[in-house]
Design a protein around this ligand. Sequence first.
Ligand SMILES: Nc1nc2c(ncn2[C@@H]2O[C@H](COP(=O)(O)OP(=O)(O)OP(=O)(O)O)[C@@H](O)[C@H]2O)c(=O)[nH]1
Ligand SMILES: [Zn+2]
Length: 365
Amino acid sequence: MSFSADSERALAPYGWDHDWAAQFTPYAEQGLLPGRVVRVDRGQCDVLTADGAVRADTAFVTPHDPLRVVCTGDWAAVDPGGSPRYVRACLPRRTAFVRSTSSKRSEGQILAANVDWAVIAVSLAAELDLGRIERFLALAWESGAQPLIVLTKADLVPDAAGLGHLVQDVQTTAPGVQVLPVSATAGHGVDVLAAIVAGGTSVLLGVSGAGKSTLANALLGDDVMDVQAVRDVDGKGRHTTTTRNLLALPGGGVLIDTPGLRGVGLFDAGSGVEQAFSEIEELAEECRFHDCAHRSEPGCAVLAAIDDGTLQPRRLDSYRKLVRENRRNVAKTDARLRADIRKEWKRQGAFGRAARAAKEGHGLP
Ligand SMILES: Nc1nc2c(ncn2[C@@H]2O[C@H](COP(=O)(O)OP(=O)(O)OP(=O)(O)O)[C@@H](O)[C@H]2O)c(=O)[nH]1
Ligand SMILES: [Zn+2]
C-alpha cells in the first residue's frame, strides 16, 4: 500500500470512505494515488490527493463515449509523480448528473459524478412554479442522488401560516422528498441543511436567482476552503488559481458547484420521472389494465384518485408532459424507441376509436 492511514484521513473530507478504499486496492498495489477530480479542462484535470492538488493528463481515460470521460467528482487513480502525471483509471461512479445537449444528435454530457444530495433551491420570493420543481426532481432522481428541496428566502414570507401552506404545496409535489424552508439572511434552517449534507457530496440546483450562491456561502461560513488548483505552465513556473468547483464544507460534506450544473434544464429524465411522480406510479399499479393510459379506461385508479380529490389533475398533466418530453429527447438517438412510440400512437388512436365506439354503442361511461 502506498498510501497510509494519514493519507486516508486527508481524503476523508472529500468523501473518501471504506468502499472507495476497497475498490482502489488494485490501483494502490500499482503505486497509484487516489484523488478526487475537481475540474477537467483541455485534456487535463485537477485532482485532490493526500499530497495536495495535482494536475494530471487525462489521455489514458478519454473514451469515445462522452458519458465515460473524467468529470468533477470522480475518484481517480493518478501517477504518484513524474511530469506529466497521468490519470490511469477512474473508480466506477455511484451516481452521475448528465445533461442532454441541445444539438440535433443528442449526446449526453456528464456534469458531476458521485453526488449524494441534489439540493434543489426554490425561491419563496416569487410565485411557486410546481412544474419547474417537478423537472428538477426528475433530473435529480435520474442522477441517483437523493433530492432535497430547500425553499429559500423564507424571511420574505410574511406569516408562519402562509409559509406552512407553501411548504405543504411543495411537499405534495415532491413525494419522498424532504422540504426545508431556509433563510440565509436571517440564518434560519441553514444549520439543519448543513447537518443533512454533512454526510456526503451535494450539488445545488435551481434557476438563476434562486439563492444558490447565498446558500453556498452560508454553508461555507467564514471557513471557505477553496480548492487550490496547481498548474504547471510550460515550465515557466507554478501558477495557482482558485476554483470553486468542489469544496469541503466546514460542517462536513462536499459541495460541487460547477457552471455546467447551474445551467441544467433539458434532460433525459427516464426513470427519474417515475420517481418524481411515484404516487401516480403507485396508483397505476391498481389500474385494471396494466398498460392503462389513465385517459378513459374503465377501472383506472389514477382517474379515480382525481375524482375523489386525492390526486391533483395538475400532477397527471405534468407527469404526461415530462414523459412525452423525455421520450422525444431519447428518440433523437434511438430509432427503435421511435418506432415503439409510433406503435404506441397507433395503439392509442385505436384505443381512442374503440373507446368512442364503445361509448356510443355499448353504454360504457
Ligand atoms: N431576503 C432574502 N434574500 C435572499 C436570500 N438568499 C438569497 N437572497 C437574495 O436573492 C438574490 C439571488 O441570490 P443568489 O444567491 O445570487 O442566487 P443564485 O441562485 O446563486 O443565482 P445565479 O448565480 O444567477 O444562479 C440575491 O439578491 C440575494 O441577496 C434570503 O435568505 N433572504
Ligand atoms: Zn389508469
